[in-house]
Design a protein around this ligand. Structure first.
Ligand SMILES: NC(=O)c1ccc[n+]([C@@H]2O[C@H](COP(=O)([O-])OP(=O)(O)OC[C@H]3O[C@@H](n4cnc5c(N)ncnc54)[C@H](OP(=O)(O)O)[C@@H]3O)[C@@H](O)[C@H]2O)c1
Length: 366
């Protein structure tokens, strides 16, 4: 049977450590988990069974293994130390007999996005970022449809536009919308990206390092590597859609609490083909996975045991290819979820109604 392994790591330290070690999760605070994670070895989490290709009927087997570092730790520690721990975790995948290894969340963000890690390991490696792009763009297109926002007339924004995932999302959305804001921290890098994409783009591309331009956007795709939230309620216009692909999240939980006129959706949740059992609760309902996990699994189903998505410069061709492979084996964009809860059609209707009301109130106050 073909096999894969996928590296996860604690994102919300207390919650995620409690999922594997309830006692440690209870007694340690966030700072202590951060500190002790430096000395913790890689952890075997679970065996994954039941994934079956819709195209070939073939079943594969996999494993979750964990790199103990939190996002904060991965950003604070010297790069070579972080690489060392991820490579150690990769060796565990090799011992288990994995044919391909996926790098989850920050293990794919750190340094050169998998290149050094892949060089040090015998098992082929992928970050999963290509399929993450594909599912994020699909999600924003679908959300525009249900919110009745005409895509071709919309103003959109990509937050973290200069990032590995952000760049290709920007390139793809630039073909869809009328105006597109490229948002990040480094003006020069944003301008470079704009100058590269503008000649072939349908949209007018604008750059900004300020979040307040989000007030002009109806569709926002956010995918930064910030370790704290960057989008707050006051940044957003009524009726807008925010697709949050980042882990940890970019959208403050306050947005859900304070704004019932905005649709915030989690980017990158995918239905997995076959009666899958992950034997581990990573916060999703049964049968669903992150898009980056799905890329790793789809490559295993396809028998493509090679380094696939690596580095900070993804290509649209790879995004297209993995999209075709994954869909053929039965992966589908899952229904919308927001802050780990399902979004029902009634909720979408409520958001639309509230947005109309908020807009009227704003006009009345002018
Ligand atoms: N949902 C999924 O399935 C999935 C899969 C893979 C990855 N992810 C998540 O996607 C995110 C991005 O990954 P990546 O590989 O694209 O990372 P990346 O290449 O490091 O890019 C990160 C981007 O975020 C920007 N940024 C960082 N901190 C910021 C801040 N405080 N304010 C505004 N912009 C900021 C960076 O801007 P500068 O140019 O200024 O550095 C850069 O444009 C991570 O959270 C990762 O965990 C999710």
């Amino acid at each position: 049977m073909d096999t894969f392994a996928f590296i996860i790591h604690p994102i919300d330290p207390k919650r995620d450590v409690s999922r594997k070690f309830p006692f440690l999760g209870r007694i340690l605070n966030e700072r202590q988990i951060d500190f002790f994670s430096t000395f913790f070895p890689p952890v075997y989490i679970s065996e994954i069974e039941g994934i079956t290709s819709q195209a070939t009927g073939r079943e594969i087997r996999g494993w979750f293994i964990a790199c103990p570092y939190t996002p904060r730790r991965m950003m604070e520690l010297p790069e070579r130390m972080v690489y060392r721990k991820i490579i150690q975790t990769g060796r565990l995948a090799e011992k288990l007999g994995a044919n391909i290894l996926g790098l989850g969340a920050f293990t794919s963000v750190v340094g050169d996005a998998g290149i050094t890690i892949a060089k040090a390991l015998d098992v082929p490696v992928t970050t999963g970022d290509s399929f993450t792009v594909s599912m994020a763009v699909d999600a924003i297109r679908q959300a525009a449809r249900v919110m009745e926002i005409p895509l071709d007339l919309a103003t959109a924004a990509v937050v973290g536009a200069t990032g590995a995932i952000g760049q290709v999302c920007t390139e793809m959305l630039a073909d869809d919308v009328e105006r597109l804001y490229l948002i990040g921290r480094r003006e020069e890098a944003l301008e470079e990206l704009r100058d590269r994409l503008q000649p072939r783009a349908r949209a007018e591309l604008l750059v900004s390092t300020k979040m307040n331009v989000l007030a002009e956007a109806q569709l926002i795709l956010t995918v930064t590597s910030a370790i704290h939230d960057v989008i707050r309620p006051e940044h957003l216009q009524p009726g807008s859609v925010v697709c949050d692909v980042a882990r940890p999240r970019d959208v403050s939980a306050m947005v859900a609490a304070a704004r019932d006129d905005i649709l915030v959706i989690d980017g990158g949740m995918v239905d997995v083909p076959g009666p899958v059992n992950f034997h581990f609760n990573f916060g999703f309902p049964p049968g669903k996975a992150y898009a980056c996990m799905a890329e790793t699994i789809a490559l295993a189903l396809e028998g493509r045991f090679e380094d696939y998505t690596l580095g900070k410069h993804l290509t649209r061709e790879r995004v297209q290819e993995i999209d075709e492979i994954a869909k053929r084996h039965g992966f589908r964009l899952s229904g919308f979820r927001s802050f780990e809860r399902e979004v029902t059609p009634q909720q979408i209707e409520t958001v639309r109604r509230n947005a109309i009301h908020s807009r009227k109130m704003r006009v009345a106050q002018m």
